[in-house]
Design a protein around this ligand. Structure first.
Ligand SMILES: Nc1ncnc2c1ncn2[C@@H]1O[C@H](COP(=O)(O)OP(=O)(O)O)[C@@H](O)[C@H]1O
Ligand SMILES: [Mg+2]
Length: 293
Protein backbone atom coordinates (compact mmCIF):
# COMPACT_ATOMS: atom_id res chain seq x y z
CA UNK A 1 0.00 0.00 0.00
CA UNK A 2 1.14 3.56 -0.67
CA UNK A 3 2.58 5.58 2.18
CA UNK A 4 -0.27 8.06 1.95
CA UNK A 5 -2.91 5.33 2.42
CA UNK A 6 -0.87 3.83 5.23
CA UNK A 7 -0.67 7.19 6.94
CA UNK A 8 -4.44 7.54 6.64
CA UNK A 9 -5.02 4.17 8.29
CA UNK A 10 -2.61 5.09 11.07
CA UNK A 11 -4.33 8.43 11.60
CA UNK A 12 -7.70 6.70 11.86
CA UNK A 13 -6.28 4.24 14.38
CA UNK A 14 -4.88 7.10 16.37
CA UNK A 15 -8.25 8.85 16.32
CA UNK A 16 -9.88 5.77 17.84
CA UNK A 17 -6.97 5.14 20.22
CA UNK A 18 -6.79 1.42 19.58
CA UNK A 19 -3.60 -0.16 20.88
CA UNK A 20 -1.42 -2.05 18.40
CA UNK A 21 -2.17 -5.76 17.86
CA UNK A 22 -0.64 -8.01 20.47
CA UNK A 23 2.50 -9.92 19.69
CA UNK A 24 1.62 -13.47 18.50
CA UNK A 25 3.10 -15.31 21.47
CA UNK A 26 1.58 -12.98 24.03
CA UNK A 27 -1.80 -13.11 22.30
CA UNK A 28 -1.75 -16.91 22.19
CA UNK A 29 -0.83 -17.22 25.84
CA UNK A 30 -3.52 -14.73 26.91
CA UNK A 31 -6.07 -16.52 24.71
CA UNK A 32 -5.14 -19.88 26.29
CA UNK A 33 -5.77 -18.51 29.74
CA UNK A 34 -9.01 -16.78 28.79
CA UNK A 35 -10.52 -19.45 26.57
CA UNK A 36 -9.70 -22.69 28.36
CA UNK A 37 -12.82 -22.50 30.51
CA UNK A 38 -15.03 -21.02 27.78
CA UNK A 39 -14.95 -23.66 25.04
CA UNK A 40 -15.40 -27.40 24.74
CA UNK A 41 -12.78 -27.39 22.00
CA UNK A 42 -9.44 -28.83 23.03
CA UNK A 43 -6.39 -26.82 22.05
CA UNK A 44 -2.76 -27.69 22.66
CA UNK A 45 -0.32 -25.53 24.64
CA UNK A 46 1.71 -24.69 21.52
CA UNK A 47 -1.34 -23.75 19.42
CA UNK A 48 -2.27 -20.23 18.36
CA UNK A 49 -5.81 -19.07 17.61
CA UNK A 50 -6.55 -19.00 13.85
CA UNK A 51 -8.75 -15.91 14.15
CA UNK A 52 -7.95 -13.09 16.52
CA UNK A 53 -10.16 -10.01 16.76
CA UNK A 54 -8.89 -7.18 18.95
CA UNK A 55 -10.83 -3.98 19.62
CA UNK A 56 -12.66 -4.18 16.30
CA UNK A 57 -14.71 -1.12 15.48
CA UNK A 58 -16.90 -0.44 12.49
CA UNK A 59 -18.63 2.82 11.76
CA UNK A 60 -20.84 3.45 8.73
CA UNK A 61 -20.96 6.91 7.17
CA UNK A 62 -18.63 8.21 9.84
CA UNK A 63 -21.37 8.18 12.47
CA UNK A 64 -23.38 4.97 12.93
CA UNK A 65 -21.13 2.92 15.16
CA UNK A 66 -22.11 -0.69 14.59
CA UNK A 67 -19.18 -2.50 16.18
CA UNK A 68 -17.93 -0.76 19.28
CA UNK A 69 -15.17 -2.98 20.62
CA UNK A 70 -15.30 -6.62 19.53
CA UNK A 71 -12.77 -9.03 20.98
CA UNK A 72 -12.80 -12.70 20.05
CA UNK A 73 -10.42 -15.57 19.41
CA UNK A 74 -11.22 -18.74 17.50
CA UNK A 75 -9.09 -21.89 17.60
CA UNK A 76 -8.33 -24.21 14.69
CA UNK A 77 -11.17 -26.74 14.45
CA UNK A 78 -13.39 -24.85 16.87
CA UNK A 79 -17.11 -24.35 16.18
CA UNK A 80 -18.28 -20.96 17.44
CA UNK A 81 -21.96 -20.02 17.29
CA UNK A 82 -22.75 -16.30 17.45
CA UNK A 83 -26.13 -15.31 18.84
CA UNK A 84 -27.69 -11.93 19.36
CA UNK A 85 -30.63 -9.73 18.48
CA UNK A 86 -31.10 -8.30 15.02
CA UNK A 87 -28.92 -5.24 14.50
CA UNK A 88 -26.32 -6.23 17.08
CA UNK A 89 -23.54 -6.33 14.49
CA UNK A 90 -23.20 -10.07 13.86
CA UNK A 91 -23.18 -9.84 10.07
CA UNK A 92 -20.91 -6.82 10.15
CA UNK A 93 -18.40 -8.74 12.25
CA UNK A 94 -18.43 -11.71 9.84
CA UNK A 95 -18.14 -9.38 6.87
CA UNK A 96 -15.16 -7.64 8.47
CA UNK A 97 -13.42 -11.01 8.92
CA UNK A 98 -13.34 -11.60 5.18
CA UNK A 99 -13.03 -7.90 4.38
CA UNK A 100 -16.39 -7.59 2.66
CA UNK A 101 -16.49 -4.59 5.00
CA UNK A 102 -13.44 -2.52 5.85
CA UNK A 103 -12.95 -2.29 9.61
CA UNK A 104 -12.80 1.29 10.87
CA UNK A 105 -10.30 0.51 13.61
CA UNK A 106 -8.94 -2.40 15.57
CA UNK A 107 -7.29 -5.59 14.43
CA UNK A 108 -8.23 -8.86 12.80
CA UNK A 109 -5.48 -11.43 12.49
CA UNK A 110 -5.79 -14.70 10.61
CA UNK A 111 -3.07 -17.20 11.50
CA UNK A 112 -1.30 -14.33 13.30
CA UNK A 113 -1.23 -12.25 10.12
CA UNK A 114 -2.89 -8.87 10.36
CA UNK A 115 -5.50 -8.40 7.62
CA UNK A 116 -6.69 -4.97 8.71
CA UNK A 117 -5.13 -1.95 7.14
CA UNK A 118 -2.32 -2.98 4.84
CA UNK A 119 -3.52 -5.52 2.28
CA UNK A 120 -3.34 -5.24 -1.50
CA UNK A 121 -5.99 -6.80 -3.76
CA UNK A 122 -3.97 -9.96 -4.33
CA UNK A 123 -3.68 -10.53 -0.59
CA UNK A 124 -7.39 -9.88 -0.07
CA UNK A 125 -8.23 -12.48 -2.73
CA UNK A 126 -5.92 -14.99 -1.08
CA UNK A 127 -7.55 -14.29 2.28
CA UNK A 128 -11.05 -14.84 0.84
CA UNK A 129 -9.97 -18.19 -0.61
CA UNK A 130 -9.08 -19.22 2.89
CA UNK A 131 -12.39 -18.06 4.34
CA UNK A 132 -15.48 -19.74 2.93
CA UNK A 133 -18.73 -17.84 3.40
CA UNK A 134 -22.29 -19.12 3.34
CA UNK A 135 -24.95 -16.42 3.15
CA UNK A 136 -28.56 -16.36 4.26
CA UNK A 137 -29.68 -15.91 0.65
CA UNK A 138 -27.52 -18.72 -0.89
CA UNK A 139 -26.07 -16.44 -3.62
CA UNK A 140 -25.83 -19.16 -6.26
CA UNK A 141 -25.32 -18.31 -9.92
CA UNK A 142 -28.81 -18.83 -11.40
CA UNK A 143 -27.55 -19.70 -14.87
CA UNK A 144 -25.25 -22.50 -13.67
CA UNK A 145 -26.22 -25.99 -12.55
CA UNK A 146 -25.54 -27.16 -9.00
CA UNK A 147 -22.37 -28.82 -10.28
CA UNK A 148 -21.39 -25.69 -12.23
CA UNK A 149 -21.80 -23.58 -9.10
CA UNK A 150 -19.50 -25.87 -7.14
CA UNK A 151 -16.96 -25.99 -9.99
CA UNK A 152 -16.62 -22.33 -10.90
CA UNK A 153 -14.51 -21.12 -7.96
CA UNK A 154 -12.25 -24.13 -8.33
CA UNK A 155 -11.53 -23.48 -12.01
CA UNK A 156 -11.47 -19.67 -11.92
CA UNK A 157 -9.75 -19.04 -8.61
CA UNK A 158 -7.84 -22.23 -7.80
CA UNK A 159 -7.07 -22.81 -11.53
CA UNK A 160 -7.99 -26.48 -11.28
CA UNK A 161 -8.63 -28.45 -14.48
CA UNK A 162 -12.25 -29.00 -15.44
CA UNK A 163 -11.97 -32.72 -14.74
CA UNK A 164 -10.49 -32.17 -11.30
CA UNK A 165 -13.06 -29.52 -10.41
CA UNK A 166 -15.88 -31.75 -11.60
CA UNK A 167 -14.68 -34.71 -9.53
CA UNK A 168 -14.46 -32.48 -6.44
CA UNK A 169 -17.88 -30.96 -7.15
CA UNK A 170 -19.51 -34.38 -7.40
CA UNK A 171 -17.79 -35.47 -4.20
CA UNK A 172 -19.03 -32.41 -2.31
CA UNK A 173 -22.55 -32.62 -3.76
CA UNK A 174 -22.62 -36.24 -2.66
CA UNK A 175 -21.55 -35.17 0.84
CA UNK A 176 -24.55 -32.83 1.09
CA UNK A 177 -26.90 -35.46 -0.35
CA UNK A 178 -27.41 -33.84 -3.75
CA UNK A 179 -25.51 -36.00 -6.20
CA UNK A 180 -28.75 -36.70 -8.03
CA UNK A 181 -29.37 -32.95 -8.41
CA UNK A 182 -25.97 -32.12 -9.91
CA UNK A 183 -27.42 -31.03 -13.24
CA UNK A 184 -30.30 -28.99 -11.82
CA UNK A 185 -30.30 -25.21 -11.91
CA UNK A 186 -30.97 -23.28 -8.66
CA UNK A 187 -34.54 -22.46 -9.70
CA UNK A 188 -35.25 -26.20 -9.91
CA UNK A 189 -34.06 -26.74 -6.33
CA UNK A 190 -35.73 -26.02 -2.99
CA UNK A 191 -34.22 -23.35 -0.74
CA UNK A 192 -32.75 -26.04 1.48
CA UNK A 193 -31.18 -27.77 -1.51
CA UNK A 194 -29.79 -24.47 -2.80
CA UNK A 195 -28.22 -23.78 0.57
CA UNK A 196 -26.66 -27.25 0.60
CA UNK A 197 -25.18 -26.50 -2.85
CA UNK A 198 -23.82 -23.24 -1.43
CA UNK A 199 -22.19 -25.17 1.42
CA UNK A 200 -20.75 -27.73 -1.04
CA UNK A 201 -19.39 -24.81 -3.08
CA UNK A 202 -17.69 -23.29 -0.04
CA UNK A 203 -16.23 -26.61 1.12
CA UNK A 204 -14.94 -27.47 -2.38
CA UNK A 205 -12.51 -24.57 -2.07
CA UNK A 206 -11.03 -26.23 1.04
CA UNK A 207 -10.89 -23.09 3.13
CA UNK A 208 -9.38 -23.17 6.60
CA UNK A 209 -12.35 -21.36 8.06
CA UNK A 210 -16.04 -21.36 7.18
CA UNK A 211 -18.26 -18.41 8.02
CA UNK A 212 -22.04 -18.86 8.06
CA UNK A 213 -24.40 -15.89 8.25
CA UNK A 214 -27.83 -17.15 9.33
CA UNK A 215 -27.75 -19.98 6.79
CA UNK A 216 -31.23 -21.27 7.65
CA UNK A 217 -33.08 -18.01 8.30
CA UNK A 218 -34.49 -17.75 4.77
CA UNK A 219 -35.75 -21.35 4.71
CA UNK A 220 -39.18 -22.80 5.22
CA UNK A 221 -39.17 -24.63 8.58
CA UNK A 222 -39.30 -28.11 7.04
CA UNK A 223 -36.10 -27.44 5.08
CA UNK A 224 -34.00 -26.23 8.00
CA UNK A 225 -33.17 -29.67 9.36
CA UNK A 226 -31.37 -30.90 6.20
CA UNK A 227 -29.09 -27.86 6.13
CA UNK A 228 -28.31 -28.11 9.85
CA UNK A 229 -27.51 -31.81 9.41
CA UNK A 230 -24.95 -30.95 6.73
CA UNK A 231 -23.41 -28.30 8.99
CA UNK A 232 -23.33 -30.66 11.92
CA UNK A 233 -21.55 -33.26 9.80
CA UNK A 234 -18.94 -30.67 8.78
CA UNK A 235 -18.41 -29.68 12.39
CA UNK A 236 -18.21 -33.18 13.78
CA UNK A 237 -16.56 -35.13 10.98
CA UNK A 238 -14.97 -32.49 8.77
CA UNK A 239 -12.89 -30.90 11.54
CA UNK A 240 -13.71 -27.47 10.05
CA UNK A 241 -13.22 -24.23 11.92
CA UNK A 242 -16.66 -22.65 11.79
CA UNK A 243 -18.09 -19.32 12.89
CA UNK A 244 -21.86 -19.61 12.64
CA UNK A 245 -24.26 -16.73 13.15
CA UNK A 246 -27.56 -18.42 13.86
CA UNK A 247 -30.86 -18.28 15.66
CA UNK A 248 -31.03 -22.08 15.83
CA UNK A 249 -30.61 -22.55 19.56
CA UNK A 250 -30.84 -26.35 19.40
CA UNK A 251 -28.01 -26.45 16.88
CA UNK A 252 -25.88 -24.05 18.93
CA UNK A 253 -26.44 -26.06 22.07
CA UNK A 254 -25.60 -29.39 20.50
CA UNK A 255 -22.89 -28.52 17.99
CA UNK A 256 -21.07 -25.41 19.23
CA UNK A 257 -17.86 -25.65 21.20
CA UNK A 258 -18.48 -22.09 22.25
CA UNK A 259 -21.45 -19.74 22.16
CA UNK A 260 -20.90 -16.01 21.80
CA UNK A 261 -23.65 -13.53 22.59
CA UNK A 262 -23.42 -10.13 20.88
CA UNK A 263 -25.42 -7.01 21.53
CA UNK A 264 -24.87 -3.37 20.69
CA UNK A 265 -21.66 -4.03 18.79
CA UNK A 266 -19.79 -5.89 21.51
CA UNK A 267 -19.41 -9.47 22.70
CA UNK A 268 -21.49 -9.35 25.86
CA UNK A 269 -20.87 -12.90 27.00
CA UNK A 270 -19.30 -16.13 25.81
CA UNK A 271 -18.83 -19.63 27.08
CA UNK A 272 -19.64 -23.28 26.48
CA UNK A 273 -23.27 -23.87 25.43
CA UNK A 274 -24.03 -25.14 28.92
CA UNK A 275 -22.63 -21.97 30.51
CA UNK A 276 -24.46 -19.55 28.22
CA UNK A 277 -27.78 -21.39 27.90
CA UNK A 278 -28.15 -22.80 31.40
CA UNK A 279 -26.48 -20.11 33.46
CA UNK A 280 -26.09 -16.84 31.58
CA UNK A 281 -24.12 -14.30 33.58
CA UNK A 282 -25.30 -11.18 31.85
CA UNK A 283 -28.94 -10.08 32.24
CA UNK A 284 -29.06 -9.12 28.55
CA UNK A 285 -28.10 -12.64 27.52
CA UNK A 286 -30.69 -14.09 29.88
CA UNK A 287 -33.35 -11.77 28.55
CA UNK A 288 -32.53 -12.59 24.92
CA UNK A 289 -32.54 -16.34 25.53
CA UNK A 290 -35.73 -16.04 27.54
CA UNK A 291 -37.46 -14.08 24.83
CA UNK A 292 -36.72 -16.60 22.10
CA UNK A 293 -36.54 -19.81 24.13
N1 LIG B 1 -23.81 -0.76 4.85
C1 LIG B 1 -24.40 -0.24 5.94
N2 LIG B 1 -24.60 1.08 6.06
C2 LIG B 1 -25.16 1.61 7.17
N3 LIG B 1 -25.57 0.88 8.23
C3 LIG B 1 -25.39 -0.44 8.17
C4 LIG B 1 -24.80 -1.08 7.03
N4 LIG B 1 -24.74 -2.43 7.28
C5 LIG B 1 -25.29 -2.60 8.49
N5 LIG B 1 -25.67 -1.42 9.04
C6 LIG B 1 -26.30 -1.23 10.36
O1 LIG B 1 -25.51 -1.86 11.32
C7 LIG B 1 -26.30 -2.45 12.34
C8 LIG B 1 -25.89 -3.88 12.54
O2 LIG B 1 -26.17 -4.60 11.37
P1 LIG B 1 -25.81 -6.13 11.20
O3 LIG B 1 -24.34 -6.33 11.35
O4 LIG B 1 -26.41 -6.55 9.91
O5 LIG B 1 -26.54 -6.78 12.44
P2 LIG B 1 -27.04 -8.27 12.66
O6 LIG B 1 -26.40 -9.14 11.64
O7 LIG B 1 -26.64 -8.60 14.06
O8 LIG B 1 -28.53 -8.24 12.52
C9 LIG B 1 -27.74 -2.29 11.92
O9 LIG B 1 -28.28 -1.21 12.64
C10 LIG B 1 -27.64 -1.94 10.45
O10 LIG B 1 -28.68 -1.10 10.05
MG1 LIG C 1 -27.21 -10.33 10.17
Amino acid sequence: MFDKAKAKVEARREAHRVPPALDAEQAASEAHERDKGLTKHHFEPHEHPCVRIEHLMKTFDGETQVLTDVNLTVWPGEVVCVLGPSGSGKSTMLRCINLLETPTAGHILIEDKEITGHLVTKEVNKLRQNLGMVFQSFNLFPNLTAKGNVMIGQTKVLKKSKAEAEAEALKQLDAVGLLDRADFKPAQLSGGQQQRVAIARAVAMHPDILLFDEPTSALDPELVRGVLDVMRDLAENGGMTMIVVTHEMGFAREVADRVVFMEGGVVVEQGTPEMVFDNPQNPRTAQFLGSIG
